[in-house]
Design a protein around this ligand. Sequence first.
Ligand code: SF4
Length: 328
Amino acid sequence: MTELLTVENLHVVFQTYAGTVYAVNGMTFSVQPGEIFGLVGESGCGKSVACLAILRILPGHGRITAGRVLFDGHDLTQAKESEMQAIRGRQIAMIFQDPSTSLNPVFTVGSQIKRIIRHHTQASRQATEQRALELLDEVALPDPPRIMQAYPHELSGGMQQRVMIAMALASGARLLIADEPTTALDVTIQNQILELLVELRRHVGLSILLITHNLGVVAETCDRVGVAYAGQIVEIGPTSEVLHTMKHPYTQGLLAALPSAQQKGRDLLSIPGSVPNGLSVIPGCPFHPRCPHVMEVCRQTPPRLTAVNPGEAQHQVACYLYSPETAQ
Ligand code: SF4
């Protein structure tokens, strides 16, 4: 299948007072049409920065230093700013953890959605109104006419996130980047929003790049998953395969850190050590300072992503425990 989005060997750095921060260090993944792809990892692993780089909305002190971002075969890293303005929102929409920061507090929900519809279509006033009501219905908001008249602060966080998703649909975006869209919500609402994303993928054919720190969210939602660590993908593949036969010690650590019913009453496990601050590039495998299986080779040469089962390229891992180099 032809990929809708391909991120290839992406590198992003930030110039800070403390020095250069290497935030994304050769990240590679793709999103296929109609797919939900999960990018998972702890905070500071480069997931969100990679997504800001895709849309070229990095803060002023950040820049892409290498790599390509192909959207429909067109390299966004080389696109003119005017082309990017046409792509942002219209082709690729993004929603964030806190929807209240993206909604304008002084306009009603209806006027904000209608403005997007008018921006992208030549629809009449009446057709615009009708489409806005349909969109609010599509994202399962109750009583759309009332929601149209509401101001953002009159809605709960879950309702605001549904409005943000409706606005993404209003623009006709083909790819939705959802950065921790449910992290600020309680568990029941979180599940409802995830179900909505799965539903939209099924009915509208929306492709979704879902960023999360939670493997449980990935399990419920994503077709494929990439595990990010220190700005790189360390394991990638179909979700069921990665979660049932996970190989990388970091992926195993993330799973062990998930709260479960069996652990009730016991301390939560966590991965020892902390995510690197990016102020220097760690030689060898970036996970080696935290890895319980570290070997000499791990400290010297970075492992490459290789197929877990030779001949089946889908599930890949970057770890010497599974690569021929270690066996020699
Ligand atoms: Fe651990 Fe070595 Fe594998 Fe890195 S390459 S995850 S340090 S065993």
